[in-house]
Ligand binder design. Structure first.
Ligand SMILES: CC(C)(COP(=O)(O)OP(=O)(O)OC[C@H]1O[C@@H](n2cnc3c(N)ncnc32)[C@H](O)[C@@H]1OP(=O)(O)O)[C@@H](O)C(=O)NCCC(=O)NCCS
Length: 140
């Protein structure tokens, strides 16, 4: 029998997703274009912040994005975002991009940065973050 009630995902936090680097995401050096990496990092930060606040959020600032190593076309990138600080209406989200050779399995931290995300109302004004994320496992 099909289930018509989905599992409660309100305890999900952060964001994690994997992308292939195809030629259209590369620069003329054949490596991941920095602007594309920033776009993906902004998406990861947006998902993590929205899950934490369970409210609309906007990006107020990006901080200290460091490109450590180039990522070649044909490699995977894994984006991982977590909320490192929660203020009244703002959150600091740290995003890491790890590259992975598909065949070699070699993984390297390629990019790291943080983003200030602000919870807003329907008019785009900052609102307090009221949603609290319970621990997934209360025994730990
Ligand atoms: C982000 C924005 C909502 C802040 O509005 P504001 O009226 O200046 O906000 P306030 O001064 O009341 O500050 C609200 C919170 O945001 C934080 N904040 C605002 N601007 C910030 C900045 N540039 N950097 C870091 N934090 C900032 C404040 O520290 C405060 O945090 P707290 O509530 O946790 O103490 C507003 O500047 C805005 O809409 N910017 C455009 C956002 C946008 O279009 N982003 C791209 C698309 S998502």
């Amino acid at each position: 029998m099909a289930q018509d009630v989905l599992a409660d995902t309100s305890t999900e936090t952060g964001a994690r997703f994997t992308e292939m680097v195809f030629p259209e995401q590369a620069n003329h050096y054949g490596t991941l274009f920095g602007g594309h990496a920033l776009s993906l990092m902004g998406k990861a930060a947006f998902i993590a912040a929205t899950r934490r606040a369970r409210a609309p959020v906007v990006m107020a600032r990006s901080d200290k994005v460091e490109f450590h190593v180039p990522v070649r076309v044909g490699e995977l990138i894994e984006l991982a975002a977590h909320v490192a600080r929660v203020g009244r209406s703002s959150m600091t989200v740290v995003v890491e991009v790890t590259s992975e050779g598909l065949v070699s399995g070699r993984r390297r931290l390629a990019v790291r940065g943080s983003f200030e995300m602000v919870a807003v109302d329907a008019e785009g004004r900052p609102v307090p973050i009221t949603h609290s994320t319970p621990c997934k496992d209360s025994s730990t």
